[in-house]
Design a protein. Structure first.
Ligand SMILES: [Zn+2]
Length: 345
């Protein structure tokens, strides 16, 4: 038998809890509605989407797919926000490709686009992981996450009250050589374009240090570090940044596999930083995906798959529930998101 065909069935006889709706109606602060991550809801009936969200107990859904062209943003605002304003928030983005053309004028131009996006109805800024990995300036040089030329973008976001949901780097193992020691080997076989082996890519920690200095230098701008502050493997690192920067928040999107395999550390982290952690799924509006997250946050179930897929996609391990108390669940499910997303001017 080839190792890839191995399908061990756990013989543990332990509790299995089905949690269909969250303890408190939740705000999903990190998700998508377009392809490839959100399921292409531009092309499907809104009522179907709302039914799924109702079924899953999601009262509000942050769609990070507003993009940078006003066309996409307008489409998402028209399709989702306009007919159901209290159910959706749409985030815009930065069009880095314009840097080549606009040269030194790019940062100010990008900051002005934020104003336009906000006027149109965008309620936040999503920064994708290409920033720090692929984005180049007009000299063709890779741009660092804390590049001082970009100050106007971050300061304008702060001034406009637009929270910046930022994803830099990726799982730490994506930066390692892809060999028999790489814990994400199987996933990287399926998605070879997710490998950022360094070199030629910058070292993982240099990107994360860039995030740290970015967040530290702009205390009036709210940054939400996607995927547990972009470093779910090292909650001490994330906690230190949360300690230092009151403007920093994190979401838990797509990192159940990381949090749930270090359940003691993760539980302490969530209790300590209960005011700074946002609920999010990142995998579309699907009840079967949400149920796994509710089970993880709310129950003390042991050793279960963190994916709805039969083979856990981020690695063949299982997770343990955190049985968070109600006051923490309430903050993570909606209070924190409410504070950041609903109170801007
Ligand atoms: Zn995402």
């Amino acid at each position: 038998m080839e190792l890839e065909n191995f399908r061990p069935q756990s013989k543990l006889v332990t509790k299995i809890t089905l949690v269909e709706i969250p303890r408190f109606p939740a705000i999903d602060a990190h998700n998508h509605l377009a392809e490839p991550f959100g399921g292409g809801w531009d092309q499907k009936p809104l009522q179907q989407l709302l039914d799924l969200l109702d079924q899953a107990g999601i009262r509000m859904y942050v769609d990070l797919d507003g993009g940078w062209g006003e066309d996409i943003l307008n489409t998402h605002l028209d399709n989702f926000k306009a007919p159901a304003p209290e159910r959706f928030k749409i985030f815009g983005g930065v069009d880095w490709s314009k840097w080549t053309e606009l040269g030194d004028g790019f940062p100010e131009w990008a900051a002005r686009r934020l104003r336009v996006q906000k006027e149109r109805g965008a309620e936040g800024l999503k920064v994708w992981k290409e920033f720090g990995l692929h984005v180049k300036d007009h000299y063709g040089e890779l741009v660092k996450v804390d590049d001082p030329r970009l100050v106007p973008i971050w300061e304008t976001a702060g001034e406009l009250g637009l929270p910046v949901l930022i994803h830099v780097a990726d799982p730490a193992a994506f930066f390692d050589p892809i060999d028999e020691t790489n814990e994400r080997w199987e996933e990287l076989q399926v998605h070879p374009d997710w490998a950022f082996t360094s070199p030629p890519f910058p070292p993982f920690l240099s990107i994360l240090n860039g995030l740290e200095s970015l967040v530290t230098r702009h205390p009036s701008t709210i940054f939400i570090g996607a995927h547990v502050g972009c470093y779910a493997e090292n909650l001490a690192w994330v906690g230190a940044l949360l300690d230092r920067c009151p403007n920093f928040y994190v979401d838990i999107a797509a990192r159940l596999g990381e949090l749930g395999r270090q359940p003691y550390t993760a539980r302490k982290f969530l209790l300590k930083y209960a005011d700074r952690v946002l609920f999010g799924s990142d995998m579309g509006p699907y009840p079967e995906v949400y149920r796994v997250i509710y089970r993880f946050l709310e129950t003390d179930d042991e050793y279960f798959n963190y994916n709805a897929a039969p083979i856990p996609m981020q690695g063949r391990w299982h997770i343990h529930g955190l049985y968070l108390p109600d006051d923490v669940l309430e903050k993570v499910y909606f209070r924190n998101a409410e504070r950041i997303l609903l109170n801007h001017g």
